[in-house]
Design a protein around this ligand. Sequence first.
Ligand code: SDX
Length: 434
Amino acid sequence: MSQSNTGTFTLTDNASGESFELPVIPGSMGPSVIDVRKLYAQTGHFTYDPGFTSTGSCESGLTFIDGDIGMLLHRGYSIEDLAEKSDFMDVAHLLLYGELPTQKQKEKFVHDVTYHTMLHEQLAYFYRGFRRDAHPMAIMCGVVGGLSAFYHDSTDIQDEHQRMVASFRLLAKMPTIAAMAYKYSVGQPFNYPRNDLSYAENFLYMMFAVPAEEYVISPTVARAMDRILILHADHEQNASTSTVRLAGSSGANPFACIAAGVASLWGPAHGGANEAVLKMLEEIGHKDNIPEFIERAKDKDDPFRLMGFGHRVYKNYDPRAKVMQKSCHEVLAELNLDDPLLELAMELEKIALSDPYFVEKKLFPNVDFYSGIVLKALGFPTSMFTVLFAVARTVGWVAQWKEMIEEPGQKIGRPRQLYTGPTQRDYVALEKRS
Ligand code: SDX
C-alpha cells in the first residue's frame, strides 16, 4: 500500500496485480483515516482488526486524545483547564451542545437537570427485588435498563424533543439511582434529591445523609466529587461508549443503550479497574511486597496485571491520573486523613515506572489508579467506585449517542468476520453419529 500526494492510498493486490484507490480523510487533529467503506465491494476483502487497535468506528467532535503526549480535550478544551476552572454542569453542557454555557444558558441547563432528578416512585419497589448483598453495578444494570418501562414517553429517538427529555432524565437520574443502589445495599432509607444542592452536592447528600441527623456537606468533598465527575465524563470511543453507539445504531431507546454502556463499563479491564486497584493495593499490603507483584505482572503465565496501569491509547501519563493524584493529596490533607494505601500506590508507581518492562511497553498509571483512593477518602465503599464512574460517564455516553443519532445517513453497526469454522458438510442423522 502506498500514499499518493492526492490524499489517497493505493492498495495493490500482488496476486492479481490490481490496484485500488482508497480516499484519505483528514481530521481537525490527530491521524487521518483511510476510507475503506468501499473496500469489500471493490476487492472482495474485509479489513481485520479485532480489538479495533487501528480502526476509526465513527467521526466525532466531542473528545480528542493524543496518547503519545498525554493530551485529552473536550470540544477543544484541555481536561486540565476544565478540571481546574469548570464544574461538571459546565462540562456536561459543553459535551452535549458543543460550547461552555453562558451564565443564562447555565442557569437554564442546571434548572432543567435539577428538575429531572426525582425517580418515578414505583421504581423504589424495583430495588426491593434485589438481594441486599447484590453488587451495586448489578443493580445499576437492572434499574437503568428498566427506565424505559417507566419513561416510555421519551423513547422515540426520531423525535428531537423526546431525545432531549431522555438525555436530561438520564443525566439527572443516574446519581439518584446510584445513591439508591448504595442505600439499599446498606439497609438505609432512600434519600430524595434536593433542588437546592448542586449536582455533586446532591449526589453526596443522597449517598450519605441519614434521617437521624443533619448531613453537613464539606465544600472540599463536594469540589473533589465534582472534579472526579469531570475527569470521568467522556473519553472518545472506549469500550462502553462504543457499546452505547452500537446499541443505539439499531434504534434502541436511549435508556436501553445506556444500560448496555453500564454493563460494558463494569469489566475490570475498563471501568471496573478502580475497584480492582483498591483490591490489588490491599492485597499487596506493604511496599516490601511490591517487587513480587511487579514480577507477577510481567509473567506471561500469570493472569495478574497491574490494575490501574496501561491504556490502549495513552502511551504516556494519563492526564486524568495526574489531576486525580493532585486531588488525592488535597483531599487527604484537607480531611486530615492518612491513608497508607496512597503511600503504597506512589511507591508502586515509582518502582513500576523505573522497571524496563513498564517503560518499554509504555505502561503508565491511568485514570483508575488514584481514583479509588480519593473515593475511599470521600467515604465511598469499593463496590461503589465503578457506579460512580457510570454516573460521570453517562453524560459522555448520552452526548456520543446524540451525536450518532443526529448524524446524517447514520447506519446500523454491523461488522463482518474472518470465518475459520468448518466448511459446508452433509447432515449426519442421529443414529449414524459416532
Ligand atoms: C479505562 O479506553 C478507554 O479510554 C478506557 C478509559 C475510559 O476513560 O473510558 O480510559 C477507562 O478503562 C482505563 C483502563 C483501566 N484498566 C486497567 O487499569 C486494567 C489494567 N490494564 C490492562 O488491562 C490494559 O493495559 C488495558 C486493558 C487497559 C489496555 O490493554 P491493551 O490496549 O489491549 O494492551 P495490551 O493488553 O495489548 O497490552 C500491551 C502489552 C501486553 O504485553 P505483550 O502481550 O505485548 O507482551 O502490555 C502488557 C500486556 O500484557 N500490559 C500489562 C498491563 N497492561 C498491558 N502488563 C502488566 N500490567 C498491566 N496493567
